[in-house]
Design a protein. Structure first.
Length: 331
């Protein structure tokens, strides 16, 4: 609308008619009212940080200063679409294994409540020595049917989740959890590629809008979701202010930045085409993340099937071993 000479207040009022997202429409209507009173759009966005991130606010502010708001919004739109596509790809990759595991747990609990109690009473009447696996299953079956077990279980889970949530709110907790996840095969590689893709895409969008390099890299680190990038952002900013190349700093920290990223940034510095090179790097890591997602999906299916089969086999063995022993005594 701005590109077609529609006044910004009228454009915002048009966007405020959000039937599918009425709450968002209310926000846009409030912003349009404030802008019509002479307030700056980028400043009004700061009152809704959950809807408009720091990068969003900064790119709009740059567009206002340069008088090229429509181009800044277009770059912002491209970045948001690519970032959202990346997030959805990561979510879809993790949703399938979570669904299978939850389903397996629910079915196992169903067996503990309906099938196994009748076998337990049979085992007690047979008066035969029970193998260890059967005794364990009997203990679990009797435990899950007691209200006290679930009170203790829910209380323990609540304490652990609360403590974990508080720990993850700290920078050290986020960093420790990220480093732990990075060591997990397939999953760590996928998340690392995704973080690098978001980092490079954010840098491209902000540099193309005219933001200075030091501020761009600091904000892109926050947008990447990688705690290692965030922790290293002050050191990166110091490197830039001292006149050192960004690629040198990345090359000296290979445990944080991949070698491929350092080499691509070096090529961009030598050609004085940093935005384009970060954009190419973002596309490269996006493609690599898609390959990692496919590899993880292909590997997770047999692993999940093996896990579910192991759970079922354990329950079946716990039932049939005592029966075979009892039949052997009879014969």
């Amino acid at each position: 609308m701005l590109r077609n000479a529609v006044p910004i207040v009228q454009a915002l009022e048009t966007l405020s008619h959000q039937e599918e997202y009425p709450n968002f429409g209310e926000v846009i209507r409030d912003i349009a009212e404030k802008v019509s009173q002479g307030h700056v759009l980028s400043y009004q966005l700061t009152f809704y940080p959950k809807l408009f991130s720091k990068i969003y606010q900064t790119l709009v502010a740059i567009g206002e200063r340069t008088g090229d708001l429509d181009s800044s919004l277009e770059r912002l739109s491209d970045w948001l679409e690519r970032d959202n596509r990346l997030r959805e790809r990561l979510k879809s990759a993790l949703s399938y294994p979570c669904f299978v595991l939850v389903l397996a747990v629910v079915l196992t609990l169903f067996m503990f409540y309906t099938v196994l109690p009748s076998f337990i009473s049979i085992f007690k009447d047979m008066n035969v020595p029970l193998p260890l696996i059967t005794r364990i299953i009997m203990f679990i079956t009797e435990a899950v049917r007691q209200p006290g077990f679930w009170l203790l279980f829910v209380g323990t889970i609540g304490v652990v989740m609360t403590a974990g949530r508080e720990f993850l709110k700290t920078p050290q907790g986020q960093l420790s959890s990220w480093r732990f996840v990075r060591r997990i095969p397939l999953l760590g590689n996928m998340l690392q590629k995704g973080a690098c893709a978001r980092y490079c895409m954010s840098v491209e969008a902000m540099l193309a809008s005219g933001m200075d390099l030091a501020r761009t890299l600091r904000m892109a680190a926050g947008a990447s979701g990688n705690p290692e990038f965030i922790q290293d952002a002050p050191n990166m900013e110091k490197t830039i202010t001292e006149g050192e190349p960004v690629s040198d700093h990345m090359a000296m920290n290979p445990d944080i930045y991949p070698h491929s990223l350092a080499h691509m940034v070096m090529a961009g510095e030598q050609a004085s085409r940093m935005p384009e090179m970060f954009g190419r790097a973002g596309g490269y890591y996006d493609l690599e993340m898609n390959y990692a997602v496919d590899a993880m999906s292909a590997a997770m299916e047999p692993l999940l099937l093996a896990s579910v089969a192991s759970m079922v086999a354990t329950v079946i063995l716990s039932i049939f071993l005592p029966l075979y022993s009892f039949l052997g005594q009879i014969s």
